[in-house]
Design a protein around this ligand. Sequence first.
Ligand code: NI
Length: 204
Amino acid sequence: MRTAILTVAGALVVVIVAAAIWLGLAGRPADLSPNMLNVEGADISGPFELTTASGGRITSDALIDGPTLIYFGYTFCPDVCPIDVQKMAQATDILAEDGTELTPVFITIDPERDTPEELGEWAEAVHPDLVALTGSAEDIRAAADAYKVYYQKVEPEGSAAGYLMNHTSYFYLMTPREGLAAMFRHDITPEALASDIERVLAAL
Ligand code: NI
């Protein structure tokens, strides 16, 4: 009889410990998906002030007034950026269907060519909610530095098409209260991006 009670007590302890571990992990968004980077304690993101497609100025505080997904790239990008921006647009639509509002934001790291006019037309064609931002070279450097974004001009020899930009590609999920809530690898699918965002926001 005593053995039976001890066995039951032991099993109970195991269950409680397992539940505690599971709850602990569930509370950490970084463990939710292999598409996410662990940003715990990382000093990523920060205030910025940039130029909108209509030529006005906007601060990060004014911009991030709800769940916001930020991506740094450039519209002349021949490969990765167009695909990534489409992913943001699709994820925004999937989330909207579920009643979750998300503002997709594109910040150019090529302000020389991505002027407000250029960005405005381009963004409109991508998604009606897409906010595209540019600024002076200093503005862009400051915003990119805050988000630990690397970018570098590359001029292929003998290329008539102009220069390319090497750059890092991540999606940054921002909220007004938490700041950086999650960071996603760019090779994520739009469906996974939407469901991961939903889970992260639900866990906040
Ligand atoms: Ni690119």
